[in-house]
Design a protein. Structure first.
Length: 390
């Protein structure tokens, strides 16, 4: 008879042996797995071959299984019709039923095989992050199919987990999921890795952005704000970290705005041990996040844990996460963003106060020591509901 809970984490991206395919999902899946194993919970990760690795391997006391999908054969073309997610989801469900047989499945994206799992009596908890929108024409090649996959996975799940109240409202509104089925559990950060450092003095205000470089992140407005500050004679320097389809375009925009020498695009930063990224946070003066849609925003919490003042757009879950630890500006408004940055550039004391508030906010709400017990409680509830329906 099993004495420990056995949790299966279904995730399309897991950061072993290499990271970089989907940074947010990778960080979330790794931190969850480590948190569960540290609390004597058995863990199996069912993932893809996207990040490399063998078909199976040990993860401490846990196990990783990698399942093929259509991208194994077709590469990037597998994104057409979202076939890579559909094919992986069905195969992952089969592995979960026949080989893993966990007490509960937590899928970090909607799983195509979720209906089969719940029909077979397995409790399934699925994460809803934020609603996807069509940002460019090529999204039409897969987004409608993903919407079908999402609806199927969410409605078949025993419970849904959202990382914010804003996301909970969004999944109710977008997919018609009933509120009693949703549990809000904020994500966490390792506050021992991300912590305030000693910042060296500089004649320039050093601005940092971390995240994908895509239209949803609103980076064009940050570049325009930096250009405004330059015209005003405010000495600033911007560093961005992360890959994405818009990276090349943003480099061109920075040059066109005449700020090419003020902006450093570092691109994707392989950092499996969280050594490089914490250092970059500690070297910055202000963290800016101009996103246009966000279900949570891991980087917000990392920046706050690092003692950085946060300047972010006032949409989706961002106000809920940032609270009084940062300054919000109207989304898509570079003039308002530039004015806030100018004020912070001229007021180091204000920056220090906001950074201290952010660190306190993380320690009280957003550490894995707080998050993991809430997830386990949600799993226990899902197991109970599945037992009642069997």
């Amino acid at each position: 008879m099993r004495t420990r809970m056995h949790v299966a984490i279904a995730t399309p991206a897991f950061p072993l042996p290499r990271s970089g395919r989907n940074a947010g999902i990778e960080r979330l899946s790794r931190e969850m797995a480590q948190g569960f194993l540290a609390r004597d919970v058995d863990v199996t990760v069912v993932t893809t071959f996207w990040n490399g690795g063998p078909a199976s391997e040990r993860l401490g006391r846990g196990t990783i299984y990698r399942v093929e999908d259509t991208s194994t054969v077709f590469g990037r073309w597998a994104a057409l019709g979202d076939s890579h997610y559909w094919s992986w989801g069905f195969r992952a469900a089969r592995v979960l039923q026949e080989r893993v047989r966990p007490d509960v499945v937590h899928s970090l994206i909607p799983l195509a095989g979720a209906p089969a799992l719940t029909k077979a009596g397995f409790p399934v908890v699925t994460t809803f992050h934020h609603p996807d929108e069509i940002w460019q024409l090529q999204d039409l090649l897969h987004r409608p199919f993903h919407r079908i996959l999402e609806s199927r996975g969410y409605h078949a799940s025993t419970l849904l987990v959202t990382p914010s109240r804003a996301s909970a409202r969004a999944v109710e509104r977008t997919f018609g999921v009933a509120e009693p089925k949703i549990r809000v559990v904020y994500w966490g950060v390792n506050s021992d890795r991300f912590k305030p450092g000693i910042r060296r003095d500089s004649s320039e205000t050093r601005i940092l952005y971390v995240g994908h470089h895509e239209r949803r992140k609103g980076l064009i407005y940050l570049l325009e704000a930096v250009a405004i500050l330059r015209r005003q004679g405010i000495p600033v320097r911007l560093t961005t970290v992360g890959g994405g389809q818009q990276l090349a375009e943003l480099r061109r925009v920075a040059n066109d705005l005449g700020i090419g020498e003020l902006v450093t695009f570092l691109g994707h930063l392989p950092d499996p041990d969280d050594e490089k990224l914490p250092q970059l946070y500690s070297q910055a003066d202000v963290f800016v996040f101009p996103s246009l849609a966000e279900g949570f925003g891991f980087v917000l919490v990392e920046a706050m844990a690092s003692g950085l003042p946060v300047v972010a757009s006032d949409i989706s879950a961002i106000p809920e996460v940032v609270g009084d630890a940062g300054v919000l500006f109207p989304a898509r408004n570079p003039e308002a963003l530039a004015e806030i940055l100018r004020e912070l550039a001229e007021d180091p004391r204000r920056r220090t106060e906001l950074g201290a508030r952010g660190r306190d906010r993380v320690e009280s709400r957003f550490t894995w020591n707080t998050v993991i017990p809430k997830l386990i409680s949600t799993y226990e509830e899902a197991i109970h509901l599945a037992d009642l329906s069997s």
